[in-house]
Design a protein around this ligand. Structure first.
Ligand SMILES: [Fe+2]
Length: 331
């Protein structure tokens, strides 16, 4: 069933902004994100590394935290002002959603919570400012990632996730449904004016499937792939390069040393005008996932990062896209 988005949401979300990952070897993960992806290290300590894209003036869009087990700790969204943090508290209290204010380094007021499908999240209204590196072309390496753009979460209940997030003001730009129906298999939702900030797809969840940074152009994308090969991690490219039907992005997915997945991609199209209707895709339509090239592997479809202590549930909807193994007849 398709959602409706209120024109005046309970508080003002503005964009996907940051992600925190538990990693087992901090130095190795820092090297991967700095040297293979091309992120800037803003700050590092014994227990954490803070990184950002070249265009970003916020202190961090990726936080790596030292841990015994790899986990997706939480995904972060920005709200417009501190009043929106207070409004979010009232909204969650009214809906019976557990939440708590926390102190996070280099962030303003921060509110952590779990959404109804168990995704671990935090909202913040501000971060410390640092210089943008967008014209330090002499420092561009690998994919030269510009800014964090979106998250994709695997969930057992795409409909519930979609209803919750559209109720908070996100708009669905595209969706995938069981063939010939509007039973949601995947939901692409945005708040910043391109096709998505937050995506939910059907599967064993909640687990973080990937987070994504924009790159300047196709050359940067290919250069990232070449750098991965040159540095001996070419086999950690688990999909692409290719072109998505959904959102029209040219993409490349890589796995970090703990198998967290990061996407590099060229830009999406705008999705701002309210009369725009979401684009619908059948789950069996291979063109929704890639306009050319082979289907993604089972590894890409079914592997993802769990959240700490969060039980993973079987999906309610039984529908799956064809994988590379299906295409090749491998069982
Ligand atoms: Fe993505």
């Amino acid at each position: 069933m398709l959602p409706t988005t209120p024109l005046v949401p309970p508080f003002a979300l503005t964009r996907a902004s940051h992600v925190s990952l538990a990693v087992t070897d901090l130095g190795r993960s820092r090297d991967f994100y700095r040297d293979v992806i091309g992120l800037v290290v803003t700050e590092e300590s014994e227990d954490a590394v803070y990184l950002r894209g070249l265009e970003e003036s916020a202190h961090h869009s990726l936080v790596l935290e030292r841990a015994d087990e790899p986990r997706a700790l939480r995904v972060g969204l920005r709200v417009r002002t501190e009043d929106d943090i207070a409004a979010a508290e009232r909204c969650f209290a009214a809906r019976g959603i557990e939440h708590r204010r926390v102190e996070r380094p280099h962030q303003g007021a921060t509110l952590q919570f779990r959404d109804p499908v168990g995704t671990h999240l935090e909202l913040t209204a501000s971060m410390d400012l640092v210089p943008r590196k967008m014209q330090r072309f002499d420092e561009f390496v690998a994919g030269a990632p510009q800014r964090l753009d979106h998250f994709q979460v695997v969930t057992h209940d795409v409909q519930a996730a979609t209803d919750f997030w559209t109720g908070l003001g996100m708009r669905m730009s595209e969706y995938t449904a069981k063939d010939g129906t509007d039973e949601l298999w995947g939901s692409w939702m945005e708040v910043k004016g391109n096709t998505h900030d937050l995506v939910f797809t059907n599967g064993r969840g909640p687990r973080l499937h990937h987070f994504a940074y924009t790159v300047p152009d196709a050359s940067a994308l290919l250069h990232a792939a070449d750098v991965a090969g040159a540095l001996g991690v070419g086999d950690e490219i688990d999909r692409g390069p290719g072109r998505h039907g959904i959102s029209n992005a040219l993409f490349l997915y890589l796995r970090d040393p703990d198998q967290h997945r990061v996407e590099l991609f060229t830009t999406h199209y705008q999705f701002i005008d309210l009369e725009d209707e979401p684009i619908r895709w059948d789950v069996s339509d291979a063109r929704r996932a890639q306009l050319w090239g082979l289907p993604a592997s089972r590894r890409w479809f079914f592997e993802a990062s769990p959240f700490p202590g969060e039980p993973v549930r079987e999906p309610l909807l039984h529908a799956s896209p064809a994988t590379l193994e299906d295409y090749l007849g491998v069982h």
